[in-house]
Design a protein around this ligand. Structure first.
Ligand code: SF4
Length: 243
């Protein structure tokens, strides 16, 4: 199948599919032009396991900002070992990163929102754009109950990336955290141990911290900024325009 073959009817059909069927459809129809993009949080863990029920080889990529927690690097290794995967790592462009750090320092994200967004662009968004150039179907771990911003996320949509259409999937969009935990425990999956230390949303060291008790899921992110927790995004999922 080609990306241009995807019609409104196809999207309707995909939006009605359960998670496992949707993941299978993606790899059956697009092969290596489909990939799971994950930061090795709990949803990524579940999606990889669901894919492994049908395929021995499938693409998984991650954005390594070079500032990830050791527990995240451990989770990547554990998944690679369990499923025999070679997770593709996309890292920041060396020259751009050096120029940013030389000019503003390693910890520029404390100063103001614009510099945090600049750092996220260099370390996350640009490497993610490079990853997206290699695929037609981007399988993500977005869920509706992660934040107000994400509550309308569809399971399947066409997005535009650098003038090109991509099919963006969120197979677990409707899964609750309870359902995800149940799946992980029942199937004895390896998971990022930061979730045992109070974290609920994981990104870079310093910028992601354990959850504020009783707070919204993304309240542990950039906690020195007094913006609404529900609107905190690094840009990976805001730069692609939904059709
Ligand atoms: S989360 Fe923090 S360190 Fe990571 S890319 Fe964004 S601002 Fe930079």
């Amino acid at each position: 199948m080609k990306i241009d073959d995807i019609t409104k009817n196809t999207l309707d059909k995909l939006n009605a599919m359960p998670a496992e069927e949707l993941i299978k459809w993606a790899f059956d129809n697009f092969g290596d032009r489909a990939a799971i993009g994950t930061s090795f949080q709990l949803t990524g863990t579940v999606i990889i396991d669901l894919a492994s029920k049908h395929f021995r080889k499938f693409r998984v990529f991650t954005i390594d900002t070079l500032r990830l927690h050791q527990e995240t690097y451990d989770a990547i290794k554990a998944s690679e070992k369990k499923y025999g995967l070679a997770v593709e790592r996309f890292t920041p462009d060396e020259g751009t990163l050096k120029r940013m750090v030389d000019r503003f320092g390693e910890y520029l994200f404390f100063t103001d929102k614009a510099k945090q967004e600049y750092c996220c662009f260099v370390r996350k968004v640009e490497p993610n754009k490079r990853a997206l150039k290699t695929l037609d179907v981007w399988i993500t771990g977005l869920r509706k109950d992660q934040s107000d911003y994400r509550k309308t996320v569809p399971k399947a949509s066409l997005v535009e990336e650098d003038g090109r259409k991509i099919l963006k999937l969120a197979p677990l969009a409707e899964w609750s955290m309870e359902k995800i935990w149940r799946y992980i425990k029942e199937n004895n999956l390896p998971y990022n141990k930061l979730f045992d230390k109070g974290y609920d949303s994981i990104g870079c060291i310093i910028c992601s911290t354990p959850l504020v008790k009783g707070g919204p899921p993304r309240s542990g992110r950039w906690r020195w900024f007094h913006e609404e927790d529900d609107k905190k995004e690094c840009g990976i999922h805001t730069n692609t325009v939904r059709e």
